[in-house]
Design a protein around this ligand. Structure first.
Ligand SMILES: NC(=O)c1ccc[n+]([C@@H]2O[C@H](COP(=O)([O-])OP(=O)(O)OC[C@H]3O[C@@H](n4cnc5c(N)ncnc54)[C@H](O)[C@@H]3O)[C@@H](O)[C@H]2O)c1
Ligand SMILES: [Zn+2]
Length: 398
């Protein structure tokens, strides 16, 4: 719905115009082996302002802690080695990784209490080492404790390094709604340690690549061709190809935030959320059995085919999208896409309304007119979606 607002009545009484600007700037480092005492990255990231040594808290995703035994000891040794710059307020903390930590409301209080007990203040840098879910959670807590501590993200998944970790959003799930509580809070610094990804499960290495396909499709057709050319290397998770993918994807996300004109998403547009309306629905309807990136791959396949069904995108371009996603190893069908046989209500469509509600205003969905040419639409034709879902089942279903 896009109705014009009625004329706003003139303000009565005296109006003061309060206005100020706040500029944000944060470094995004790319490095390897960040806790090698010879690596100055963390010091550079943490000691940009104020006096040394900087008070520090470190929080580690338990998936990372399990995959890197001895990490706590290395962190403590790193800080001890650089004691003129850094000072640990407490031994490193471990918190659960994955979606569970975003859904457990008690976890917010737990981490808050630990920060209180350690004496964290607004000058404290909280270094969070983990996946996108854990970083969203720690980001939410650090954005609200004392109204904002300094968050230094060390993303440890492909998705977190190339998308969520370099961005400005924090969140937890609440009342059954994903990302219901959250803030726009830019990090103090980001350090992408590519070595951390070595222990990531193949499933998570692949899932993060969905965001690269997404941003290539809507922002950078040359990057899309690069992804096609390097599909075998990427499907085999070859580090050199993965690193190029992560860097380019992170750059494109950063460009959108800095140059897109709406870093804190005040409007209704969701320029980077290609394939995401169905993805968010599939994530929650599957009780987070799907990774975010896996759901985004299915969502992109659905919206790509939908664009063909409504005559917006040609078959050949859609074929390239499907071939790349399937070739990277993504499933392009999920049973929750199944339209009801008797023409009854299709719960997948609730995802459109949930997507609209998250930002408010009018529905805004990105479709493809060509590879690299996004088109914003404000309505979706259910019959076209049904046709797209059936097409996906025929080609990629059981
Ligand atoms: N804030 C944003 O802008 C934004 C953007 C996109 C996605 N997200 C959120 O990110 C989350 C998904 O993040 P994700 O894809 O990184 O997955 P994840 O954080 O759920 O991590 C997946 C699993 O990998 C483990 N893990 C993490 N790093 C590891 C490592 N190096 N070695 C071994 N195991 C490791 C974790 O413990 C977890 O079990 C979702 O909650 C999604 O909503 C946020
Ligand atoms: Zn995403």
């Amino acid at each position: 719905m896009n109705r014009a607002l009625p004329p706003v009545p003139p303000a009565a009484g005296q109006v003061y115009r309060q206005q100020f600007r706040v500029e944000y700037e944060y470094p995004v480092h790319f490095t390897t082996d960040v806790f090698d005492p010879a690596n100055p990255c963390l010091i550079a990231a943490v000691c940009r302002q104020g006096a040394s040594p900087r008070p520090l808290m470190v929080v580690v995703d338990d998936g990372v802690a399990r995959a890197w035994p001895g990490l706590d000891g290395r962190i403590t040794a790193y800080v001890a080695h650089h004691q003129q710059y850094l000072r640990l307020l407490a031994p490193p903390l471990t918190v659960p990784g994955g979606e569970a930590v975003k859904t457990d409301q008690e976890a917010i209080r737990d981490l808050g209490r630990r920060l209180l007990e350690a004496g964290a203040d607004r000058h404290t840098a909280v270094v969070a080492v983990g996946g996108g879910a854990m970083l969203d959670f720690v980001g939410f807590v650090t954005a609200t404790v004392h109204r904002g501590l300094r968050l230094v993200r060390l993303p440890s998944t492909v998705l977190a390094q190339n998308d969520s970790g370099v961005g400005v959003k924090t969140s937890v799930n609440a009342f059954g709604v994903k990302n219901f509580l959250g803030t726009f809070t830019p990090p103090y610094a980001v350090i992408n340690d590519l070595e951390l990804l070595e222990t990531l499960h193949e499933r998570d290495k692949r899932a993060g690549m969905a965001e690269a396909v997404k941003v290539a499709l809507i922002r950078d057709p040359a990057f899309f061709t690069w992804l096609e050319d390097h599909r075998p290397a990427l499907a085999a998770f070859e580090p050199a190809a993965m690193h190029t993918l992560i860097r380019r994807c992170a750059e494109l996300h950063m460009d959108q935030i800095a140059g897109g004109g709406d870093p804190f998403e005040c409007g209704s547009a969701r320029p980077l959320d290609y394939g995401h309306w169905a993805a968010h629905r599939l994530e929650s309807s599957s009780d987070y059995a799907l990774r975010h990136g896996e759901a985004v791959a299915v969502g992109m396949a659905l919206d790509t085919r939908y664009a063909v069904e409504i005559g917006l995108l040609d078959e050949a371009a859609a074929g390239r999208v499907m071939a790349l996603l399937a070739g990277l190893g993504f499933a392009l069908w999920h049973p929750h896409l199944e339209p009801p046989a008797d023409g009854g209500p299709w719960t997948l469509l609730d995802g459109l309304e949930e997507f609209r509600e998250h930002l408010g205003g009018e529905l805004s969905v990105i479709l493809l007119a060509a590879i690299g040419s996004p088109r914003e639409v404000h309505a979706v034709d259910p019959a076209g979606l049904v046709a797209a879902a059936r097409w996906l089942r025929r080609h990629y279903g059981p």
